[in-house]
Design a protein around this ligand. Structure first.
Ligand SMILES: *[C@@H]1O[C@H](CO)[C@@H](O)[C@H](O)[C@H]1NC(C)=O
Ligand SMILES: *[C@@H]1O[C@H](CO)[C@@H](O)[C@H](O)[C@H]1NC(C)=O
Ligand SMILES: *[C@@H]1O[C@H](CO)[C@@H](O)[C@H](O)[C@H]1NC(C)=O
Ligand SMILES: *[C@@H]1O[C@H](CO)[C@@H](O)[C@H](O)[C@H]1NC(C)=O
Length: 508
């Protein structure tokens, strides 16, 4: 016989439901939340209503241990409440919880709003860590940081009271940062997760790259790291920095899946050691450290590179069978050193420079032990095309700007004396392959008065301050201007791709 629930139980359930509904916050800003945290003291839970969007012009700050911000009912879908930084504010950190034990960010969406608020230098989107234990960030979306990282667990700087025992699980991290530099030349890249916390677990994150700053005793398990389809990813999991004096002992990196997709790629899957990143440091990092059963797929330049490591390593069961080959289909090694170029050309994915690596050294047999001490494995770029086309009126370069096109191993530039030259850039010294050899004394002191134009009429013309110096004679017929890194070097084509003119017609 089915038993009816007791009256008391029903009552309690209804009361709890009513409380949960009444207690959740559906509007406000950081001040609303900060007031609740300050007044509530330790263990205060700020529960946001499902679907709520809380605009931020300042940080939400945990003020006591055990505080929590979460969405009521702990959903894991789009109904998770959003805290989002507003354009016009200089805030980069949505939530700060440094030096507070056991604080929790659960089941919410944290949006730095970089596309609208713009990149801005400052602290990470989530700033946690310090001399604490038991912090948790779980089932949350963390994306669009304006600064250098989406989530930062900072160290404490105190040997006796390190950041410890944090739990970072099942978060969707990213997009975080972009490739390239801003107008001031500052990098636009950002980390997904930046972890400088001991005995910590980072599990089940999707998307963001992970930088491990020492963090002895921490585990990085079953995370899924996928490149953007367009933006180059630098390193998926990095163990290259010298925090904790390079102490990576007891760090376990296992069963992560690292994938480079679309027209883009991940330069380096897992980097280990002081000599791997673009800023090598003299100290070796040290283990013993375990890197096992990670899977690499798609467009990845180098899957695991180890150089500058000591005191033991176990690197086994890592699978690179699904990495795209050859690497030159998706990446260019022009900026790499000789050892990196050799490994790239041979499509090597698992690379170790053994001297100094120490014992126990248990490395799977398909590793390539390289003969030279190659530093900086962050040297790949998007492939540069071998040719580039311009429609009428889409090319105008003067002798001051100089660069006309950069092709694979080749560069065309207009000099300040009006000479247009094609240079082979593959060797240590650039070699002139062709030149217009028509000079002008009327380019102006900085060359800016000499200008190469592919005009709206389809003619390619070099002008100086007095008018045309030379032209292709393709006015009314030219449809495309094409530069190549091999003969015929420069051509104007007409209807149906017919060649109307090449640079040889000028120089021949
Ligand atoms: C934001 O930063 C910019 C650049 O540093 C500064 O000029 C501006 O005054 C700041 N605005 C606020 C609201 O702090
Ligand atoms: C680690 O943190 C959890 C909370 O996330 C807590 O329950 C546990 O007691 C902590 N363990 C230690 C050793 O501090
Ligand atoms: C490295 O870190 C571990 C864990 O914190 C510690 O036990 C060990 O003594 C450290 N090693 C050195 C050489 O500092
Ligand atoms: C590799 O080169 C770096 C940078 O020059 C140097 O610091 C390091 O000691 C070298 N490694 C070995 C094992 O010689």
């Amino acid at each position: 016989m089915k038993r009816a629930p007791s009256r008391t139980a029903l009552c309690v359930a209804a009361t709890l439901l009513a409380q949960a509904e009444a207690a959740c916050l559906s509007s406000g800003n950081q001040d609303t939340i900060n007031n609740l945290l300050q007044q509530g003291g330790p263990n205060t839970v700020v529960s946001l209503c499902p679907g709520a969007t809380i605009p931020l012009t300042g940080s939400i700050v945990f003020t006591a241990s055990g505080q929590e911000i979460s969405t009521a009912g702990y959903p894991t879908d789009d109904t998770r409440a959003t805290v989002i930084i507003q354009p016009g504010s200089n805030t980069t950190s949505a939530i700060r919880g440094n030096w507070q034990d056991n604080v929790r960010v659960l089941n919410i969406q944290v949006d730095g709003n970089r596309p609208n608020a713009g990149p801005f230098g400052g602290d990470a989107l989530l700033e946690l860590g310090g001399g604490t234990t038991g912090q948790t960030v779980s089932h949350s979306v963390i994306k669009n940081t304006r600064s250098w990282s989406c989530l930062h667990l900072i160290g404490s700087g105190q040997d006796e009271n390190p950041c410890r025992n944090a739990t970072i699980t099942f978060n969707t991290v990213g997009p975080c940062g972009e490739e390239g530099v801003d107008a001031q030349g500052l990098g636009l890249w950002a980390d997904g997760l930046s972890i400088e916390c001991t005995a910590t677990t980072v599990t089940g994150a999707t998307d963001g790259g992970i930088v491990i700053f020492g963090s002895p005793g921490s585990s990085f398990l079953r995370n899924t790291i996928t490149s953007s389809t367009t933006q180059r990813g630098f390193g998926a999991i990095n163990m290259v920095d010298p925090n904790y004096n390079g102490n990576y002992s007891g760090v376990v990196v296992s069963e992560n899946i690292i994938t480079g997709v679309g027209d883009s790629f991940i330069e380096l899957g897992i980097g280990m050691g002081g000599q791997v990143w673009s800023n090598p440091h003299p100290l070796n990092n040290f283990g013993p450290t375990t890197v096992t059963n990670n899977v690499f797929k798609g467009n990845i330049g180098f899957s695991i590179v180890i150089n500058g490591w000591e005191n033991g390593l176990t690197v086994t069961g890592n699978d690179v069978s699904q990495v795209h080959s050859p690497s030159s289909d998706f990446a260019d090694d022009s900026s790499c050193g000789p050892q990196q170029k050799a490994s790239f050309a041979a499509n090597k994915q698992l690379i170790i420079y053994e001297p100094g690596a120490g014992t126990p050294l248990n490395i799977q047999s398909d590793f390539d032990s390289i003969p030279n001490n190659g530093s900086n494995w962050l040297c790949l770029s998007h492939p540069v095309p071998t040719q580039q086309s311009f429609a009428p009126q889409s090319l105008s370069v003067n002798g001051k700007t100089s660069l006309v096109v950069q092709l694979r191993g080749f560069r065309v530039q207009l000099q300040g004396d009006g000479n247009l030259v094609g240079l082979d850039t593959t060797g240590a010294e650039w070699v002139v392959k062709w030149a217009s050899s028509r000079y002008s004394t009327a380019c102006g002191t900085d060359g800016s008065l000499c200008e190469l134009d592919f005009g709206g009429d389809g003619n390619l013309v070099l002008y100086d301050a007095n008018g045309p110096v030379w032209d292709a004679g393709t006015s009314g017929t030219g449809e495309d201007l094409v530069f190549y890194n091999a003969a015929p070097w420069v051509a104007v084509t007409g209807a149906g791709g017919n060649t109307l003119w090449t640079i040889a017609d000028l120089t021949g």
